[in-house]
Design a protein around this ligand. Structure first.
Ligand code: SF4
Ligand code: SF4
Length: 223
């Protein structure tokens, strides 16, 4: 995307359509003021796969990210206005958007992985949901999805059964908490990220219901 000729933003919207930004320390005030409500955030947990602009590869995330969510099933930032080809929260956009110059990416690259906001940075001291996030991470840590992908490619049946147990523990925890807190899906995605079964579907894992809970099968190998 870098161009020698380009010197300013052409408002093409491609950067916003590729996905919302990760939040950094400077964005905490926007979250606390409700400018970036939890409903518009999604957590990418340690171990999930994401594009790393520094290595230019899809890799497991080493440190949790909280991002602005996409639109429906797409990653296009929920604040992108396609009709106006612009940002609907321009004056309150996160720091990563403010420094983005696709034709001169140095400032953006310098920000990658630095001073990232986590859920526990956002949840204030004394908020009872902090302990739920901690309990969830202890009970249902996200596995390294690159390793998972390899085991699925090897048709490793015991790895699949182990994933099945993790998937069911994950769902049982979410069901309990969603009921206890009457939690809407959008807030669940901020507090706990996406459920493991959903992440596994990207690797061709089929999910069906059985009397013992969710059952996993390998439908096809690879993404
Ligand atoms: S920064 Fe680049 S990709 Fe983003 S809207 Fe401007 S020209 Fe398009
Ligand atoms: S917050 Fe605004 S500038 Fe940033 S990705 Fe979303 S639409 Fe684009």
């Amino acid at each position: 995307m870098k161009s020698e000729q380009q010197t300013e933003c052409k408002r093409c919207g491609i950067c916003c359509q590729k996905g919302g930004p990760a939040l950094h320390g400077q964005d905490l005030a926007l979250v606390r003021r409700g400018r970036l409500p939890w409903e518009n955030l999604i957590t990418i947990r340690r171990g999930e796969l994401a594009y790393n602009p520094l290595s230019d590869k899809i890799e497991p995330v080493l440190q949790e990210l909280v991002k602005i969510r996409g639109t429906g099933q797409e990653w296009c930032c929920c604040y992108y206005d396609p009709a106006g080809k612009g940002c609907s929260i321009y004056g309150s956009r996160p720091v990563a958007c403010g420094v983005l110059k696709c034709w001169q990416p140095e400032e953006t690259l310098a920000l990658v992985g630095q001073d990232l906001l986590s859920r526990l940075d956002i949840l204030e001291e004394g908020d009872p949901r902090r302990s739920l996030v901690q309990e969830y991470e202890q009970l249902c840590p996200c596995p390294d999805l690159q390793e998972v992908e390899k085991s699925l490619a090897d048709q490793d049946e015991s790895a699949l059964r182990s994933l099945e147990m993790q998937v069911n523990t994950d769902i049982a925890f979410r069901d309990r908490v969603v009921q206890e807190l009457n939690l809407p899906l959008a807030r669940e995605l901020f507090l706990f990220g996406r459920p493991l079964f959903q992440l596994l579907q990207a690797f061709g894992v089929g999910v069906s219901e059985s009397s013992q809970g969710l059952r996993l099968t390998i439908r096809k190998v690879g993404i």
